[in-house]
Design a protein around this ligand. Structure first.
Ligand code: 7TS
Length: 388
């Protein structure tokens, strides 16, 4: 049985073109780019091309900085701890403003700052499950060092109005960070239209390799490095440069941007087909309006069926899906995103996240719809919740 992979918000298959582009950098072009000999300098043009593709992918300018990191976790930690070092530790500002639905690498970095006495404000979500301009405006004052709001949520796919929110912070002279990990390759990400100061991403979410990501830092914004060490990345991110990762991410970024029309048309159409079929089933609901969601994501709830039981049953039928972020799946706490969105108690453990990619086929979606019907029927016959 051919398996069907519908957990693309957790990670994605590496595009075969990306794998091929990385191939020479293991056994042939393996020099440390900081060397002074030919093996070092011969990789420089490939690195430059990769950085050019990354800058173009988010419309960054030459004067801006894009740090190569190990992924969004490192990028997000760098921003939050740097702002603490630059503005809070020095007594110039006191607060960080964020949302209750950020990925754990933002949420737990903020929690760590709270333990150091920093005040962290969690903005309430509106009825659509996002933060609106008025709510942010009402929570800004001269004490705010940083606003950190994700571009798109990894669990629900809901998209935050980052251009508007970052524009507001720009007007007030407050630093704005966005975790765009779930936006790259799914939505246009243009930092000329959204005046953010920091933007994080991870290559493996857009068909690039794992363990490599980036942090955009706008020209003129100071940062404190997370790692101290060598002079790589102008001393802002020490450690030998992950050349194969950089080359792979560069091409993955270009392909992701080139694929946006396909994503918006074809992936969205498949997602909508899946979503319509789910909504036609008795007792099922979907979280968040599809108009303000990434085109690849549907977060569904099948009344009376535990999300985890559903995942196991779908897995047995050859389908990979998740109840939410893999990073939080070992926790028994109710899902923080659903709590923040005001999902009722009897629904909170019934969520299933299905996330598609440009590699998902119509046949896979047709098979998934049938499998979901089989699983819900089977699980409802044995679920105590369904009997209640
Ligand atoms: N930020 C967001 C919004 C994410 O979705 C993830 C990964 C990360 C940061 C961390 O990225 P990393 O490459 O540093 O690990 N999110 C998920 C998910 O939703 N399910 O598994 C991983």
């Amino acid at each position: 049985m051919q398996r069907i992979y519908l957990d693309n918000n957790a990670t994605t298959i590496v595009d075969p073109r990306v794998k091929e582009a990385m191939e020479p950098f293991w056994c042939q072009l393996y020099g440390n780019p900081n060397g002074l000999y030919e093996e070092a300098t011969e990789v420089h043009p490939y690195m430059r091309l990769a950085f050019d593709r990354i800058y173009a992918g988010i419309s960054a300018r030459d004067a801006d900085t894009v740090l190569l990191t190990s992924g969004a976790t490192e990028s997000n930690n760098t921003v939050i701890k740097s702002v603490w070092d630059q503005l809070i530790r020095t007594g110039r500002k006191t607060r960080i403003v964020t949302t209750p639905v950020e990925h754990p690498c933002v949420a737990n970095a903020c929690r760590w700052l709270s333990s150091l006495g920093v005040s962290v404000t969690y903005l309430p979500l509106n009825a659509d499950g996002i933060v609106d301009r008025d709510t942010l405006a009402a929570n800004l004052d001269d004490d705010v060092a940083l606003v950190s709001i994700m571009w798109a949520n990894n669990e629900t796919g809901l998209v935050f109005p980052i251009a508007e929110l970052s524009g507001l912070c720009r007007e007030r002279g407050i630093l704005f960070h966005t975790d765009a990990t779930q936006a790259i390759g799914k939505l246009p990400v243009d930092i000329q239209k959204a005046p953010v100061d920091f933007l994080s991403f991870s290559a493996h979410k857009f068909h690039g390799p794992k363990g490599v990501g980036g942090l955009f830092v706008r020209d003129g914004v100071a940062i404190t490095p997370l790692f101290h060490g060598g002079e790589q990345m102008g001393g802002l991110r020490a450690g030998t440069i992950n050349v194969p990762g950089l080359v792979g991410m560069g091409l993955a970024m270009q392909l992701a941007v080139d694929s946006l029309p396909f994503e918006d048309r074809e992936v969205r159409a498949l997602r909508d087909r899946l979503e319509d079929a789910i909504l036609a089933m008795e007792g099922s609901t979907v979280l968040g309006s599809r108009e303000i969601r990434t085109p690849n994501t549907v977060y569904a709830s099948f009344g009376g069926v535990e999300g985890e039981a559903m995942i196991w049953d779908l897995n047995r039928q050859g389908i990979a899906a998740s109840t939410g972020s893999a990073c939080a799946s070992e926790s028994l706490e109710p899902n923080a995103t659903l709590v923040a969105m005001g999902v009722e108690n009897d629904r909170i453990h019934t969520g299933v996240r299905l996330s598609l990619s440009r590699f998902t086929t119509a046949e896979e979606i047709a098979r998934t719809i049938e499998a979901i019907k089989v699983s819900t029927a089977r699980l409802r016959t044995i679920s105590p919740a369904a009997l209640a």
